[in-house]
Design a binder for this molecule. Structure first.
Ligand code: HAS
Ligand code: CU
Length: 551
């Protein structure tokens, strides 16, 4: 049986809290632009009122994508994983200064990248596809954010080694195990953008080379871009497996299945990036097909997660007196905003998963690629499964870190439901529009070709966006009121919820707690699935495209 008895120090809590502070501030600013886009689609263009602060739809879209998809997530995750390392292993960080250095590098990087975006010198969207060319400080800033997060990760690994030396043969506590895999996955993943920025984007923008090779740049980008989505997702999974069952009053159904899912993500996340490049010329069909098959493979650990997490929840619901086929669902603690947010996040993710499979299907992809279907998909995934779960986590985490009671839990429950409702409307409309051929990343409000059958859906995009804005700010408001709440949590009232598993984790097979085979497999699969293609592309690289600044 596992219950963490380690009491975190004030300094540790403050350090994690700082991560959340940056993350939530980024979300507060980043979400402002989402509705602007949604309203624009519905025919109400507010951008014109925002000049000269904001120059264009694309500058707003860049801010929205970078702050929400890259900054809110990365800062939240590094903070959260610091907690799962310390609390799981029941020991302080081995080298806290190292982690601090990492964190401040990330902050400096964020500021360095934010300035050019705000000055309209980096309106390149969150994918920064070459040959769109931002000022070099944008790329430098992003690099610092990534390297800073690596440094924080190294701090976590050192802490783990120290624990492992003293605890040979003991199963790594699940939350730490899941957190470490997430971090390792991220460090493999970001090798792609590291290569892209350091060997192509920065040299070209600094005038050291003649230009860009757009296809190679995209390939590097998606080497990172796909596993990036699992870097976002896995901390939510960590919570669904390792925390939510406890919050719901149950236990983790299977420690082994949970661990196997995480290993499979490590193994399969990277070598699938070509599913973002099915229509790109310059990549042989065979490689695209191989990545398509591997994408179907990486679908599996999510199916396993669906099974195990729902089984854990059913166990909880039945323990609480739930009867019949689905009676246990109603018995779950729906009055707890943290639980509700995560359950609703999970439900939205079921639809996100179905869309993901559609995207991954080689031929069908041609129908939806570059349409609004894709942002419809990723608002169910990163903006729901992930973001709504993270919101749910903060509903216990911020009280835990600050010692202040969550302000108005009922308000927070309503917040989660509103996000759910807004997202259902918004994402459904975006998917429908995509099927009708509406392009993504386009200010449709000014498009002259909008056919009548799009109009109702465009209106629903605006309605969903408005509801989401209200829900987002209800979240921000709850955070502000909580950190200023005069009511304190009593000793032991808010603890880090750590779920026990039904069977003793020590019975989990040792190969599910052993790094070497999985790391070797990961490297081998990446080399096999990417090596030949990248080799050819680098060999034939032509840095001939000049940079473009089209804004
Ligand atoms: Fe994706 C495009 C394929 C998952 C994010 N995806 C994107 C983009 C983003 C993104 C941001 O193959 C756009 C990038 C851009 O700007 O161009 N995606 C997939 C597949 C999956 C998938 C196969 N995506 C995600 C996740 C994301 C994310 C996760 C973010 C976090 N995606 C694609 C493809 C494209 C793509 C193509 C390119 C499209 C194109 O043409 O451009 C799978 O991993 C999905 C598996 C999910 C499931 C669902 C399991 C359900 C669970 C719920 C448990 C329930 C609970 C609640 C807890 C199998 C686990 C229970 C409640 C009770 C009350 C009982
Ligand atoms: Cu992908």
């Amino acid at each position: 049986m596992f219950a963490s008895t380690y009491e975190m120090t004030r300094t540790e809590k403050r350090f994690i809290g700082l991560h959340l502070w940056v993350a939530i501030t980024a979300l507060a600013i980043g979400t402002l632009f989402g509705p602007l886009q949604a309203f624009e689609h519905a025919g109400v263009d507010l951008y014109s009122y925002l000049q000269p602060v904001l120059q264009s739809y694309y500058q707003g879209l860049t801010l929205h994508g970078v702050l929400n998809a890259l900054i809110w997530t990365t800062f939240f995750i590094t903070g959260f994983l610091t907690l799962t390392t310390i609390k799981g292993l029941e020991r302080p960080l081995k080298y806290p200064t190292l982690n601090k250095v990492g964190f401040w590098m990330m902050v400096v990087g964020l500021l360095t990248a934010a300035v050019p975006i705000l000055l309209n010198q980096a309106t390149v969207l969150y994918t920064f596809y070459a040959p769109l060319q931002a000022t070099w400080t944008f790329y430098l800033g992003l690099t610092l954010v990534v390297v800073g997060s690596w440094v924080e990760g190294w701090g976590m690994y050192f802490t783990y080694y120290a624990w492992r030396k003293e605890n040979p043969g003991v199963r790594t506590p699940f939350i730490t195990f899941a957190g470490l895999i997430t971090m390792v996955l991220w460090q493999f993943a970001t090798l792609g953008v590291a290569a892209e920025i350091l060997t192509m984007l920065l040299p070209a923008t600094l005038g050291l080379t003649s230009g860009f090779d757009p296809e190679l740049a995209r390939t590097y980008f998606w080497f990172t871009g796909h596993p990036l989505v699992y870097f976002w997702l896995l901390p939510a999974y960590l919570s669904w497996y390792g925390m939510l069952p406890k919050q719901a009053g149950g236990k983790l159904f299977s420690d082994s299945l949970a661990r196997l899912a995480f290993w499979l993500f490590l193994l399969l996340s990277v070598p699938v990036g070509f599913h973002h490049q099915f229509v790109d010329p310059g990549i042989a069909q065979t490689w695209k097909a191989i990545h398509a098959v591997l994408t179907f493979a990486v679908f599996f650990p999510s199916l396993m997660t669906l099974f195990t997490v729902v089984a854990s929840l059913e166990y909880a619901g039945r323990r609480r007196g739930g009867k019949g086929l689905l009676g246990w669902v109603r018995k779950l603690p729906w009055d707890d905003p943290s639980v509700t947010a995560q359950l609703l996040a999970g439900i939205l993710f079921m639809f996100g998963g179905i869309g993901g499979l559609t995207n991954a299907s080689f031929e069908v992809n041609a129908v939806i690629h570059n349409t609004t279907w894709v942002p419809g998909h990723f608002h169910l995934t990163v903006a729901s499964a992930v973001t709504l779960s993270f919101m749910g986590i903060t509903y216990w985490l911020v009280p835990y870190l600050t010692g202040r009671k969550l302000w108005n839990p009922r308000f927070a429950v309503i917040q989660a439901w509103l996000w759910f409702a807004g997202m259902l409307i918004f994402s459904n409309a975006m998917h429908m529009l995509g099927l009708l051929g509406a392009p993504r990343r386009t200010p449709l409000g000014v498009a002259v070709y909008v056919p009548d059958e799009w109009k109702g859906h465009l209106f629903r995009v605006g309605v969903g966006g408005a509801i989401l804005l209200v829900a987002a700010y209800m979240f921000i408001w709850t955070m502000i009121k909580t950190i200023r709440n005069k009511e304190r949590v009593a000793a032991g009232e808010v603890e880090v919820p750590i779920a026990e598993s039904i069977r003793d984790p020590q019975e989990t097979p040792a190969w599910l707690d052993s790094w070497k085979p999985w790391l070797a497999g990961t490297v081998a699969l990446i080399l096999a699935a990417y090596g030949p293609q990248i080799y050819l592309m680098v060999r034939d690289m032509q840095l001939t495209s000049p940079g473009f600044k089209i804004w």
